[in-house]
Design a protein. Structure first.
Lengths: 230, 230
DNA sequence: CGCGGCTTTGATGTTCATCAAGTAAAGTGG
DNA sequence: CCACTTTACTTGATGAACATCAAAGCCGCG
């Protein structure tokens, strides 16, 4: 074994995600080039337009992937958690990021030199195949989500977001929204005013409880109906 | 050389797109497993939900990639021409198509057994890398287009479609729309009535001429302004 | 010739963005 | 720690943009 004792990658919970198919001797290669970094909530991990030099994936926390539309508006493409965020979107298609990534909760990101990854794609077919699959799935999900959201009406979109956080992120009927009202609006293509209006509406109808950023789902069935049929 | 005389793939104009990096001995492998098929305008090339068994790319013609939303409405994801249509969207992420493909002009499609492609990914790193790049670019473009369209108003969307056909497909100010009004609506997320209404508006304003499915752009500058600022 | 699908136009109502104004919360400097 | 400023949140009123409904003309096809 060539792996330095300091390297804990072999036991990383995220190893199976990507690096299952690589051999031990290749592994030290990755392990030596990797580094981790913490980001406080709100801090920027990468900015669209920057050069892409590293392959990165989220170890813990929550991030938003977004794109500047104009001076006063961002478009959020995806909210991502560990295991589903890896910067696969443009890393092989261009030398520059097409999207920014910002932590919306305290997060830890692991970086691996992109050249190392590329060389692995060249030399290890199984790894390449895994990469392609992961990439394909990631973009499939994003595209499907964007299309799905865009065809709902505003109430349906809000219901979607609330259920998304409850079911996919926090696994609880009660949670703290990691996004400001305005950011929610940027995610589901509407205005901040209407986000608030509809949240209040849901509150009056007894569908949810609101306390600042804390949301509690009270009538899940109703919320699901709204999500599906407006 | 192992390549059968009947195989013209070596001189195929689309060879550089994908198969530039493969060796001659691998080439006969592809060539033997490939077959071509013609599709008349309107005929279906593949249907969402079907098993994916082949890698395919468009040799000539024009297709729409679409997805059933409900009984009476389709969503068109992309209009694709040779060189930009290759079914990369879900082929590695799932065993079933997520989208349907239908010819909107007479088209010819070339098929290669998917297992052959997959084995090449495993054994030929440069090929894998090329595949990843192409895939990344394809999805980048689709996602960007969907987002771009969704933030325009209706007039902007119609302007976008007209300029798209003029500049990207037919390379002419005068062309025949390959899509029905309703299909245009399905592409840019609006109703068929409004497609017609806005086309008529453009006609009255002297921006375009309309004769059935034939469109002629008369005031390109104005059209571009509308596309950008609504 | 007549039928069904595609196209066109008009009238109507709903949905949503925008504007305005006020309140609460959070950060900033003395 | 308090006054101050700024930023986030909330509600209401208004108008514009867009979908829906209805009806009629057109065209190709059996």
């Amino acid at each position: 074994m060539d792996i330095p004792k300091s390297c804990n990658c072999q036991h990383c919970e995220l190893k199976p995600l990507f690096f299952d198919s690589i051999k031990d001797e290749e592994f030290s290669y990755i392990c030596n080039s990797k580094h981790e970094q913490s980001y406080a909530k709100g801090s920027v991990i990468c900015i669209e337009g920057e050069a892409i030099t590293e392959f990165m994936y989220l170890k813990s926390g929550l991030v938003k992937i977004h794109k500047r539309e104009n001076e006063r508006r961002d478009q959020i493409i995806k909210i991502a958690k560990p295991l589903d965020y890896v910067n696969l979107l443009s890393i092989f298609s261009d030398n520059f990021y097409h999207y920014s990534v910002t932590a919306i909760e305290d997060s830890v990101v692991c970086f691996v030199d992109l050249a190392v990854i590329k060389s692995l794609v060249h030399t290890n077919g199984a790894f390449a195949m895994g990469m392609i699959q992961k990439m394909n799935r990631t973009t499939d999900v994003i595209l499907q989500t964007v299309l799905e959201i865009s065809k709902k009406n505003l109430r349906g979109r809000i219901a979607y977001v609330l259920l998304y956080f409850a079911d996919q992120v926090y696994f609880s009927e009660k949670f703290e929204l990691p996004l400001a009202r305005k950011e929610i609006a940027e995610f589901i293509e509407m205005t901040a005013e209407n986000v608030i209006r509809i949240l209040s509406e849901f509150r009056k109808d007894g569908i949810i409880k609101i306390n600042g950023k804390t949301i509690e789902i009270e009538n899940r069935l109703r919320l699901q109906q709204i999500m599906e049929h407006g």
